[in-house]
Design a protein around this ligand. Structure first.
Ligand code: ZN
Ligand code: ZN
Length: 412
């Protein structure tokens, strides 16, 4: 581990991830997926998990160099395969009551020089195989959490002018601040923050908007909301009854858009780091919910391939509001990691919706969810389209307009 990473900060991150993030229960197993880079954090998480009474802590590691070795040397057939047996085992673990934790620390540029066709094939095979492990997560059946570790390559991308060990130390500090861990009592920080998010959620739910209208540079978008959509944000109970904080950090309130009622043009306000490629200056046009035109100044091939994964990949499944004054946005740092960048900006996600953002959604069949406008896809990719130049109006069923955001801030 870089000796610039403050071990006290690392330990607090691990403790908060276990106690507030996943809120692990006595006797509960914990499945952790992490890059080998993040081993020091996983070790601290294991300590706090067992102190909290974990049954078994099961880490499953990936490794950037091994991933690269595959893209450079594996036979062509390799790129249409994924370890379905592993994802089935993970699905079984969740069915049996295990909680889930993921550590984000990937190199945003890992696959920048790899043939995008190989990347698209491998990621499609992965998305299909991973369904048994993802279903309990998107359906919010189990308590889960994702936190970040300042991996070397990631840190170097964020702070290219610093020596790598120093960059990691600085990224640790940024993760610590963004994750609201500073001060004497991070638990109290998170309680206050959750209360603030709930206030916004309650206001938005009371409005029962039919659509949101976004205007800004390169953006004029009428975004319909799903029938019976529910705004969510901050900690909430999973179907197993355990209240968890899925993302650390989190600044968003979000809900389910209508997959067939989105029209107009929208331009991204930040680059999107997606599976080892950075996609810049995305601009798309929607017609009846489907993206019919798409461009990007960099990574356009990767973006177009992503839209082709399935029918739902060119429609949206999440809409989220984040004020421009959020601490991550104010830090001015571009993280090249969605967990952070999406929490600095209003965003939408291509692909799969969250069943629990529609009233009674967890009990509805896929066909019923679709009728309400909830999108279905193998992918879920968030991209950022908010800034201090974007205004948002809520539009009611009768066409009345209510200001929701002005110049990137809450209008009330
Ligand atoms: Zn989001
Ligand atoms: Zn999302």
């Amino acid at each position: 581990m870089s000796d610039h990473i403050d071990p006290k900060k690392l330990d607090r991150l691990a403790e908060v991830a276990v106690r507030i993030g996943v809120n692990l229960r006595k006797g509960q197993d914990l499945v952790i997926t992490a890059p080998t880079d993040a081993l020091p954090l996983v070790q601290r998480i294991a300590v706090h998990a067992y102190k909290a009474g974990a049954g078994l802590v099961i880490p499953l590691f990936s490794d950037d160099q091994i991933t690269l070795a595959r893209y450079q040397h594996a036979p062509d057939e390799s790129f249409d395969r994924a370890p379905d047996w592993m994802f089935e085992a993970m699905g079984k673990a969740f069915e049996g009551g295990a909680a889930r934790m993921a550590i984000a620390s990937e190199d945003p540029l890992l696959l920048a020089d790899i043939d995008p066709d190989k990347v698209a094939r491998a990621s499609k095979a992965q998305s299909i195989a991973r369904q048994p492990a993802m279903k309990p997560i998107v359906g919010f059946e189990v308590n889960w959490n994702i936190v970040a570790y300042p991996g070397a390559a990631w840190a170097k991308t964020v702070y290219p002018d610093l020596p790598v060990a120093e960059a990691q130390g600085k990224l640790m500090d940024a993760i610590y601040d963004a994750s609201r861990l500073a001060g004497d009592d991070p638990v109290a920080n998170w309680e206050a923050h959750t209360a603030e998010l709930k206030k916004r959620v309650n206001w938005l739910n009371a409005q029962k908007f039919d659509a949101l209208h976004y205007t800004g540079p390169g953006t004029d978008l009428m975004l319909g909301l799903a029938e019976g959509h529910i705004w969510k944000g901050g900690a909430s109970p999973a179907l197993n009854g355990i209240t968890c904080q899925p993302n650390i950090p989190t600044e968003e309130v979000f809900t389910c858009p209508h997959a067939y009622r989105v029209d107009g043009r929208v331009s991204a306000t930040k680059p999107l780091a997606h599976q080892g490629t950075v996609i810049r200056d995305i601009s798309v046009r929607f017609e009846a919910g489907k993206i019919v035109e798409a461009s990007a100044s960099e990574g356009e091939d990767v973006f177009r391939d992503l839209l082709k994964v399935d029918d739902g990949a060119s429609r949206i499944g999440e809409v989220a509001l984040v004020p421009h004054s959020s601490p991550i946005s104010q830090s001015g740092t571009l993280f090249y990691n969605t967990l952070f960048d999406e929490n600095a900006s209003c965003h939408i996600a291509l692909g799969q919706s969250y069943a629990d953002t529609v009233e009674g959604g967890s009990e509805l069949a896929p066909e019923e969810l679709k009728q309400k406008g909830a999108n279905q896809s193998l992918i879920h990719v968030d991209w950022m389209m908010g800034s201090d130049a974007v205004d948002i109006d809520g539009v009611t069923k009768t066409g009345e307009r209510v200001p929701v955001m002005r110049s990137g801030e809450w209008a009330n």
